[in-house]
Design a protein around this ligand. Structure first.
Ligand code: ASP
Length: 592
């Protein structure tokens, strides 16, 4: 037997017992020839003392121990000397006097000090199994386990069945690039890894399974970011005979259960709701962070008659003129910084510029554009924007979407600068509803599905499908947003063959392509498909927010780095010619 107790278990009541512990040498101190060790396992630490007067050979052997050696110790639980107790440690009242020591595995010196958070992430990813030994990562993975379990328990309690769906599957459009797997048995053909189990979960509704969920791995070949990995996990959900309201209450209950299990938070239900149009107009984002105001204010009315040509022409052509007031930020934003912000919106978001008015305390309005404004316009701006000494106003004048996007980003950057959410423990959940069904793709000159093509338009907008007014069609689609992060997307689906075909057609997918790519779904819909809908909360992001990190890699045991590489196993790797030949493939990659 390797152990009688775990390293966080022993207390005063165990004094005089003979115990056996196994674990890692967390730290080692030599007090004049007496070796003290903190022995560590997943549960905690226990102090072990090697005393030469009682067990000379064992004490002698303990001198060779080093950090991360794996050992087994048998000894007697003893009270720590008065004054040397450690109240911070669960086992801080006792120590184990070692009578036997077995070195189970000698460790090399680790490539980095395990508990030093400043260690470069690539190095930690290269030795991920060491990084995972740290308290921080163990805490995160435990929290993830609790949340995953709570998800299963909650879904089960609501009558959902957990059903697995294939990983080798057909492409299903969720707006990303597919990962493809070549087929050996069907030369030249490919499977796609699921971007989401979207079609399968809908087919399970056609199959009459009624309430489905799955802790589902999804794969999307997109550029990686701090909160995005190629493979990620969703709590994938689909239900039959439901309205949006049914899904809202199910999902709110799920979030409540998850946040209670993960961080003992008691979240308030129901979540407030905001339409996509309002979210964009007021916050410049479809995932607004509502922990602070700084709302976008519409100024088009002020500039309808303006002599300032730039704004006037935008107002005349039906574009948007909006501004935000970054209260009390003038002292934090020098002219040089404002220039940098302008360069940032130009390069990152293709904005034409970033006009501002800065009003330093005791100073004048400083601005590249204010000389073009009339006194009436200035007064109107000051009044509408609640502009005061110490504030900076930022303006956007362009197409509506672009103004919202840019000012939305500037708003977040101002909040960062002003530390508006630092140390905030607020959990601002929000439903964003009534998303547009389609978005225009100017590069490819066609309409894209804003969510995915299986999303159901709002009934009152269906007639717009006939008139071709696609931009105005709203979808029965909804997101859950928390503190500016999109946690979940979903929609009521189309369950009728004809309507689904119409949507495909609107997306430029003709009858032949429909048959090839989605024939199975259209056919299924013609055999009695129930009305259905669902959603898919992102497990990684939920856990990430609970752990208080903005790095998704902190909550995934073996993530890829931001260049898509697994630094520990060195994947992706080149494969040899024969393996490629079996798959009827030949690489066209040029060696650098
Ligand atoms: N399949 C969707 C997604 O992954 C979610 C859903 O509509 O249920 O975003």
């Amino acid at each position: 037997m390797y152990r009688t107790h775990l390293c966080n278990q022993l207390r005063k009541s165990d004094i005089s017992r003979t115990v056996t512990l196994s674990g890692w040498v967390n730290s080692r101190r030599d007090h004049g020839g007496v070796i003290f060790i903190d022995l560590r396992d997943r549960e905690g630490l226990t102090q072990v003392v090697f005393r030469p007067e009682e067990h000379p050979q064992v004490a002698e052997a303990s001198h060779a121990l080093r950090g991360e050696d794996v050992i087994q110790v048998t000894g007697t639980v003893t009270a720590r000397l008065a004054g040397t107790e450690n109240p911070k440690l669960a086992t801080g009242d006792i120590e184990v006097i070692a009578g036997e020591l077995t070195l189970l595995n000698k460790a090399d010196v680790p490539p980095f000090p395990l508990d030093d958070p400043s260690v470069n992430e690539d190095l930690r990813l290269q030795y991920r199994y060491l990084d995972l030994r740290t308290l921080r990562m163990q805490k995160n993975l435990r929290l993830r386990h609790r949340v995953t379990k709570a998800a299963r328990d909650y879904m089960d309690s609501q009558g959902f069945l957990e059903i697995e769906t294939p990983i080798l599957s057909n492409p299903t459009p969720e707006g990303a690039r597919d990962f493809l797997v070549p087929s050996r048995l069907s030369p030249g053909a490919f499977y796609a890894l699921p971007q989401a189990p979207q079609q399968y979960k809908q087919l399970l509704q056609v199959a009459g399974l009624d309430k489905y969920f799955q802790i589902a791995r999804c794969f999307r070949d997109e550029d990686l970011r701090a909160d995005r990995q190629f493979e990620f996990t969703q709590i994938d959900i689909e239900m039959s005979f439901v309205t949006q309201e049914d899904i809202y209450s199910m999902a709110e209950g799920l979030m409540q259960a998850l946040f209670a299990a993960g961080i003992e938070a008691d979240i308030t239900l129901p979540f407030p709701r905001i339409t996509y149009a309002d979210a964009m107009n007021r916050y410049g984002s479809d995932k607004p962070d509502t922990r602070f105001d700084m709302e976008l204010v519409d100024l088009a009315g002020i500039f309808r008659e303006s002599n300032f040509k730039v704004f006037r022409s935008v107002a005349d052509s039906g574009g948007a003129i909006k501004a935000i007031n970054a209260k009390a930020s003038a002292s934090l934003l020098s002219k040089e910084q404002l220039k940098k912000w302008e360069d940032w919106v130009k390069t990152e978001f293709g904005a034409k510029g970033l006009a501002y008015i800065k009003w330093s305390a005791g100073g004048e309005w400083e601005s590249p554009i204010v000389k073009f404004f009339s006194e009436t316009e200035k007064a109107a701006i000051a009044q509408k924007m609640d502009f005061a000494e110490g504030d900076v106003l930022f303006f956007g004048a362009d197409k509506w979407q672009s103004v919202c996007d840019v000012l939305g980003r500037v708003r977040l950057r101002c909040a960062d600068l002003l530390k508006l959410t630092a140390n905030s423990s607020a959990l601002n959940f929000l439903w964003v509803v009534d998303f547009p069904m389609f978005s225009w793709n100017p590069e490819e000159n066609r309409w894209d599905a804003m969510h995915h093509p299986f999303t159901r338009p709002r009934d009152e907008d269906l007639h717009l499908l006939e008139s071709g007014d696609f931009g105005k069609i709203r979808a029965q689609a909804y997101d859950i947003v928390l503190n500016g992060v999109e946690l979940s997307s979903g929609s009521i689906r189309i369950h009728e063959r004809e309507l689904q075909a119409k949507i495909f057609k609107a997306l430029g997918i003709g009858p032949e392509e429909q048959q090839i790519k989605f024939g199975h779904l259209l056919r299924a819909f013609s055999y009695g498909a129930p009305p259905h809908g669902g959603m898919a909360p992102g497990l990684d992001r939920i856990v990430m927010l609970m752990c208080g990190t903005d790095n998704i890699r902190d909550v995934i045991a073996f993530p890829k780095n931001n260049r898509g590489a697994d630094l520990m196993t060195h994947s992706p790797v080149e494969v040899d010619f024969k393996q490629l030949r079996d798959l009827y493939l030949q690489s066209t990659a040029k060696k650098p």
